[in-house]
Design a binder for this molecule. Sequence first.
Ligand code: NDP
Length: 236
Amino acid sequence: MSTQRTVLITGGNRGIGRAIAEEFVALGHRVAVTARSGEGPEGTLTVHADVTDAASLDAAFTAVEEQYGPVEVVVANAGITRDLLLLRMTEADFTDVIDTNLTGAFRLVKRASKGMIKARFGRIILVSSVVGLLGSAGQINYSASKSGLIGLARSVTRELGSRGITANVIAPGFIETDMTAELPEQTQADYKKSIPAGRFATPTEVAKVITWLASDDAAYISGAVIPVDGGLGMGH
Ligand code: NDP
C-alpha cells in the first residue's frame, strides 16, 4: 500500500472533484476539499475557499495544515466554462475563465510549493481537458486555460523536479457531471459518436488515475499529460 498522505482538492463538493476526494478517502489518506458551497464527501475536511481569491485559498490551506499537517498532494480541479463563439465572447468571459481555471491553479500550486519544498516531497496534479490540446469551437477561453495548465506543470517540473516534487496534468474527455449534463441531448449524442469508447466516463474513472499519480508507484512521472478520454484525443 502507498504511503498515507495529506491531500487537498479544489472543488471537492461535486462532480469530478468529489469523486477524487472519495477515492483518496477510500485509500486511507487524510483528505481536505475546498468548496464555495456545500460540503465534501464523508470522511473529508471541508474548507471554504474561492480559487480566484488568493487570501481565501491561503486561509483554507492554513486551516488544513493546522488540522492535518503539511499538504503533500494537491489537485487543482475547480473549473468553469463560459462557452461562446469568439465574436460574442467578451473580455470578461475570457479573463474570468482564465482566472478560475489557470490562475486559480497557479495560486494553489504557489501556496502548496512552500511546504512541499521544505518536505522535499510533493505531488501536484492539474485537471485539464482534452480540449486543451484539441481546441474546441465556442471554448476559446476554456481551451486556452486548459492548455496553459500544461505549461504550468512542465515549468514546475523543471523548477522543482529535483526536490522530490512531481507536477502532472490529467486531460479528461467527456465525463458525466453537471458540466456535461448542461449540453443539449443532441450534442451529447454527437460527441458520443466521435469517442472511440462510444460513451462518456464516470468521474471515478478519472479519480482512479489521479490517486495512482499521487501514489509511490508514480514517483518518476512528471510533466506528463495523461488522457482519460476513451481515445477522443488520440494523436495529441
Ligand atoms: P462541475 O461543474 O461539476 O464542478 C466544478 C467544481 O469547481 C465545483 O466544485 C465548483 O464549486 C468548483 N469551482 C468553480 N469555480 C470555483 C472557484 N472560483 N473557486 C472554487 N471552486 C470553484 O465540474 P466537473 O466536475 O465536471 O469538472 C471538474 C474539473 O474537470 C474542471 O476543471 C473541468 O474543467 C474539468 N473537466 C471536466 C470535464 C467533464 O466532462 N465534466 C472534461 C474535462 C475536464 P461550486 O460547487 O462551489 O461552484
